[in-house]
Each structure stands twice: as structure tokens, then as C-alpha cells.
Ligand binder design. Structure first.
Ligand SMILES: [Cu+2]
Length: 499
């Protein structure tokens, strides 16, 4: 047995035992089998100005990782950022110690270190992003595409579209402005979230009291029906589609009458969009990587962290803008699909503000991969609350890291009611599990399977169901980055996890 094999075997055994090896630097060096993914920095030009941002660059020089059908997620993540990082494989279902969340057992990766990952991925459109500090805002994100044998047979051109919100300010300054404090206070707030080594022990009485308090607040809120909802916490300098604005958009060469699979990823930290196909008709065939029965349309909402797979059959030659319109605003971004020789149109902002995102699409989606019919073993409620002033957001009345964990047992069917008592929509993301949306605003549906669902403001309700089949400690949080760091996060913890 050579050295490499023995290291691989050791890694495999250690991962099987559920503990990521905490090895000295030399032993943690990259294995030859892993795809090298570099977390580093790069310079983008936005609105004619240079901006230093992060990047996650795969072995082919492109952003992110693409895996062939049947390929394992065997990745060596090299941290060349000059600071610590940790990267989360959003929507994937790895063992919890490889999830890329800064628990005590999986601390951030030091600058210069390489961390190895090895798990069987699920197929579809996923993405990766830093879960350390506010690095996600500075574009430490990338697509994670896991191909499927069936997709290869359909012979479609794959077009990946990653959306971002961009600011020339530092994310610390953005947060400082939101919380009305200095950048230094913002930094220490982020550090406190990061250093929350252990969430408190479960305390059922506290949870119930917190939920009751929130319910009371919700009653107050519903009586003030004239209040408008809050949108777009942060004023951004630009919105990016594959790192470019509409002043200089990416033009994707397509064939006349081409058959396209658009994989759209909302990688924005605090912005949500309506995908606008213009005159084209698309069919949504997957949400967050999970298949749904095809649903035709021209406009599709995409909340933070969500993904949509949309099939488009082009009608003939021409240029076809694929736009992402910021909710509640006239600003937009996008790419252009164009056949050879087509005139590329110049596209400005929209004439009218796009409406706020809603769950009208969600209510119509039907999964192609339903959960089995089964009664719930555990039913729980999570109350979403918070406000713009003071800027702080909570789950069940508590602010991370003070929120009590929801305790799960392996094998349980879990149903959770997400109830939004606030004036703002929240895209709620659960790590390590895919859930099915089974009711919206009290109306039962056989809805989509997802990892991130939007809960609309002013008492919007979404019920999700999942099987507790991935033991560990998992984060559940709002995917608005600034909501998360000001408290909107909790833990789902399996009872048989000792640490
Ligand atoms: Cu939120």
C-alpha cells in the first residue's frame, strides 16, 4: 500500500466515524484525487471601477465546481484568501462534519491550509458560499452543479446564471449602518456570532414563552394592517449576473432554435429577484436542485439562496435577454442568449418597479419526488420576528447564539410551521436536509422539495416536512445575511449527537 492510499483510507475511516480529522498542516495537504477549489481574491470591474472581491475557483479556472453524473464530491479546498474561511455546500446532504458551518468540531480553515471533503453528492443545481463572517457579501460564492444521467440524455445546452448584489462599501460598514453603530461594533457582533461555540441547552419552557410572546406581537402587527412591508435593507451599487452588469452583460452564444437548461442561482446576500424571460416561455423543472412537474411561465420569483432550473426552447435566431429584476425596484441585471450574428440590445433599468416576491409560484409547484405518506412524529412552530429599528431578527423570540435548539431523533418525520410575525419576507434555509413544502398560508399542497423557502411578511405561513435522516447538528437560518448575523438562526440537533 502506498502512502496516498493509506492517507485516503485513513480519511475515509475517520469520516465514516463522523469526525473530520483535525490533522496537522502536512497531513491535511491535498490528495491527488480531489478537485482543487481555491478560495482566493480577484479584481472585478463594476460600473467602470475596480473592486477587490473573493472568489471560489475550480480546477477548470471557472467559478465553483461541476461534477459528472455519478462522481463523488471529492474536493480539496485551499484557502488563499489571507484570512480564515469556511465554505458551505448549500443544499447538499453531506455528513454534518463536512457541511461547512463553523461548529466547534469544524472550525474555520486557516489561511494557507487545505481542507479535504469526500461525500456522495445529490444531483442538481446547488451552490457554495462562505459561512464565515460577511465573506458571502464579498462574492465568496460559486455554483455547485451535479449532473444527472437523465439530463445528459436530454441534450440541452447548460447555462448557469449566478446573481449577486454588489457594494463598493465593506460589508462591515453595511452592517454598521443597518444596526446604527460603528464598523467596529459590527465587527465584534460578527465575531460573537462566529465564536458561539455552543448553543445553549434545550429549554422547552423558554421556547414556548418566546413563541407566545411572538404570537402576541403578531396579533399587534396584524391589527396595524395599513403598514407596508419592508424590502431591500441595503442599497447596493450594482446587481451582477455572472459577475457583470447590464452595461456589459455576458452574451451566451446559443444555436438557432437551441434547447437550453438555465440553472439560476440567487447568490445575493440581501436581494431577491423576479426572473423575466421576456417573450420566451420557460418551464421550471427543478427548485433548489429537486425535480418538480414542469410549470410554464415567463416570470419566476427567486428568493435569496434559491435555485431554479428552467428549460427553454428558443423560437429561432435572435438575442434573448434573461433578466433578473430586483423586487420593489426598477433596477435589474441579466445575461443575453444570442445566436450568431444577432444584434445585442442595450438594456437599461425597468420602466416600473418589480413587485415584492410572493409565494404565488410556490403554491403552484408540485414535486416530482414527494415524501412518503406518513403522519408527523414531531410538529413544531418557528416564529420569525424582528424589525428594521433596532435592526435585529429572531427565531422563536431568541437571537443566535442564544436560541434553544430544536431536538430531533433519527427516523422522525418532522413538520414545522414557519410563521412570519415581521414586516419583511424571510428565506429560511435548513442545512443537511431537503424538505417538502406541504402547506402555504394554511392551504395544504404537495409542493416543491427545497432547502430554502420564502416566508412572506405579516403572518405569512409555510409548513415544511422532512425525514430526520442525517444525524448531526444543523443550522437553520434566514438566508438574508444581515438577518442571520443579527440573530435569525437556530440549531436542529439530533439527540444522539454527543458533541
Ligand atoms: Cu430574514
Amino acid at each position: 500500500m502506498n502512502k496516498m492510499q493509506s492517507r485516503r483510507d485513513f480519511l475515509g475511516t475517520t469520516l465514516a466515524a463522523g469526525v473530520l480529522p483535525m490533522l496537522p498542516g502536512v497531513a491535511r495537504a491535498a490528495s491527488p484525487a480531489g478537485k482543487r477549489l481555491v478560495a482566493g481574491t480577484r479584481v472585478l470591474e463594476v460600473n467602470g471601477r475596480a473592486a477587490k472581491v473573493f472568489g471560489l475557483t475550480g480546477p477548470d479556472g471557472r467559478s465553483g465546481i461541476r461534477l459528472a453524473a455519478g462522481e463523488r464530491f471529492r474536493v480539496d479546498l485551499a484557502n488563499e484568501t489571507g484570512m480564515r474561511t469556511i465554505v458551505h455546500w448549500h443544499g447538499q446532504l453531506p455528513p454534518w462534519t463536512q457541511d461547512g458551518f463553523p461548529w466547534p468540531q469544524t472550525p474555520p480553515i486557516a489561511n494557507g491550509a487545505v481542507q479535504a471533503y469526500d461525500y456522495a453528492p445529490i444531483t442538481g443545481t446547488y451552490w457554495m458560499h462562505s459561512h464565515h463572517g460577511l465573506q458571502e457579501q464579498s462574492l465568496m460564492t460559486g455554483p455547485l452543479i451535479v449532473h444527472d444521467v437523465a439530463e445528459l440524455r436530454e441534450d440541452r445546452q447548460e447555462v448557469v446564471l449566478v446573481l449577486h448584489d454588489f457594494t463598493f462599501r465593506s460589508p462591515d460598514e453595511v452592517l454598521a449602518e443597518l444596526i446604527g453603530k460603528s464598523a467596529k461594533s459590527a465587527q465584534s457582533l460578527v465575531r460573537r456570532v462566529e465564536s458561539s461555540r455552543d448553543a445553549p441547552r434545550p429549554h422547552m419552557a423558554g421556547m414556548v414563552a418566546g413563541a407566545a410572546k411572538m404570537a402576541a406581537a403578531g396579533m399587534d402587527m396584524s391589527s396595524s394592517g395599513g403598514m407596508t412591508m419592508d424590502l431591500n435593507d441595503v442599497h447596493y451599487d450594482a446587481f451582477l449576473a455572472n459577475d457583470r452588469t447590464l452595461l456589459d452583460p455576458e452574451v451566451v452564444r446559443v444555436e438557432r432554435g437551441g434547447r437550453i437548461r438555465l440553472r439560476i442561482i440567487n447568490g445575493a446576500s440581501s436581494s431577491q429577484f423576479w426572473i423575466d424571460l421576456g417573450e420566451l416561455v420557460g418551464h421550471v423543472v427543478a427548485t433548489d436542485g429537486h425535480r418538480v412537474h414542469p410549470l410554464a411561465g415567463r416570470r419566476f420569483p427567486i428568493a435569496m439562496a434559491q435555485r431554479l432550473d428552467i428549460l427553454i426552447d428558443l423560437p429561432g435566431p435572435g438575442a434573448f435577454p434573461i433578466l433578473a429584476r430586483l423586487e420593489g425596484d426598477v433596477r435589474q441585471t441579466g445575461i443575453i442568449l444570442a445566436t450568431a450574428g444577432a444584434r445585442i440590445p442595450r438594456i437599461a433599468d425597468g420602466a416600473q418597479a418589480a413587485p415584492p416576491l410572493d409565494n404565488s409560484l410556490e403554491a403552484r409547484l408540485r414535486t416530482a419526488e414527494p415524501l412518503s405518506e406518513r403522519a408527523a412524529d414531531l410538529v413544531s412552530t418557528i416564529a420569525l420576528a424582528g424589525a428594521m429599528n433596532p435592526y435585529a431578527w429572531s427565531l422563536n423570540g431568541a437571537y443566535w447564539p442564544k436560541a434553544a435548539p430544536l431536538m430531533l431523533s433519527k427516523g422522525q418525520r418532522v413538520e414545522i410551521d414557519l410563521i412570519n410575525h415581521s414586516m419583511m419576507a424571510h428565506p429560511i434555509h435548513l442545512h443537511g436536509h431537503a424538505f417538502q413544502v406541504i402547506a402555504i398560508d394554511g392551504r395544504p399542497i404537495r409542493g416543491a422539495v427545497r432547502d430554502t423557502v420564502l416566508v412572506t411578511p405579516k403572518m405569512g405561513r409555510v409548513r415544511i416536512a422532512f425525514d430526520a435522516d442525517n444525524p448531526g447538528r444543523w443550522a437553520c437560518h434566514c438566508h438574508n445575511l444581515y438577518h442571520m448575523v443579527t440573530g435569525m438562526m437556530m440549531e436542529f440537533r439530533y439527540k444522539d449527537i454527543a458533541i
